[in-house]
Ligand binder design. Sequence first.
Ligand code: NAD
Ligand code: IPM
Ligand code: MN
Length: 370
Amino acid sequence: MATHKLLLLPGDGIGPEIMTEVKKIIAWFNARGGDTFETDQGLVGGSAYDAHGKSISEADMAKAMAADAVIFGAVGGPKWDKVPYDVRPEAGLLRLRKDMQLFANLRPAICYPALADASSLKREIIEGLDILIVRELTGGVYFGEPKEIIDLPNGQKRGIDTQVYDTYEIERIAAVAFELARTRRNEVCSMEKRNVMKSGVLWNDVVTATHAARFSDVKLSHMLADAGGMQLVRWPKQFDVIVTDNLFGDMLSDVAAMLTGSLGMLPSASLGAPDAATGKRKALYEPVHGSAPDIAGTGAANPIAMIASFAMCLRYSFEKVAEADLLDRAISATLDKGLRTKDIASEGSTVIGTSQMGDAIVAELNALSA
Ligand code: NAD
Ligand code: IPM
Ligand code: MN
């Protein structure tokens, strides 16, 4: 029986509130027998800055590098709006992604049957939706140099961010998208802006070449990213896997989140390359949403994105497919009972808080495995 080491990084705002709920799920799997999860906890974001002036300490960074998987809540909030840029809460998350080389961010947007009326879009548009956004996570304008604000001789300032992609970065994220498509409906749509960006031209060329060389059995299409955003809202079911860069992926996944009813529903997995010797990947699992300062402390946060991120951890870090399916079914069954946090409430549903939602999912785990 294996023991898996998890580092929990709750972060700020609703981060600790949703992490409390995932701990109930981890405890449930530990009590059930089989492999166990050993958890350690660290600070990230504003809470780390308050404790030691950095958005993640070297000690916690080392723990993240050594863990089998990192479970991440959310960071940021108005309290830290004025802290220096390189120690702002979000810098802790970006450092984790970069140092752990988590280049592949999987963001599945699934419309649970019970939530078909919770979206701002019509039922027929989102019913049965199951798409996967594969976002490049360690390159592009997030990390390109130069990245600075400089003083100009005329007294003006200039803000500079640089969009950079090398061939290998595009090739490896395209390969992840094609491989995942083979396990689904076998279709990939690549999104960039080759009409205005050189990095978009290269993106399109490399995705096309990778497809021809290794994945010609997968159906590939290309779309300009702005049109992609429009198509996601117009008829999202046309997509299976979408592969795109860091910034477009950030924006398109927030759009996709709302198709499912709420940002509080969208989980994600951030994966590195498999180690040549052990085959193990570094991985971090995080909801797509942020620290939701507007509802932090009210007990209203939806913990489902966080709990479904743990299901992705079971699936992608530990190959526990049956357990991951069980947890996904427990979430679905909870929603089928009409239990809703406020963000996904609709007429006739029962509105419950964060902690009750965690308890309800645990109750369904018990019921489903009885
Ligand atoms: P946000 O995702 O925190 O919130 C956007 C809206 O969605 C808010 O109205 C919020 O109440 C709602 N929402 C989000 N998650 C929810 C949940 N689980 N349950 C119910 N409602 C939920 O985005 P924002 O307000 O633009 O950003 C707030 C802070 O979070 C910023 O500092 C931002 O940088 C940070 N952020 C962090 C992450 C992360 O840690 N991964 C992701 C996005 C934003
Ligand atoms: C996300 C967030 C992050 C991003 C921020 C908090 C750095 O918006 O994970 O979607 O922009 O990648
Ligand atoms: Mn985002």
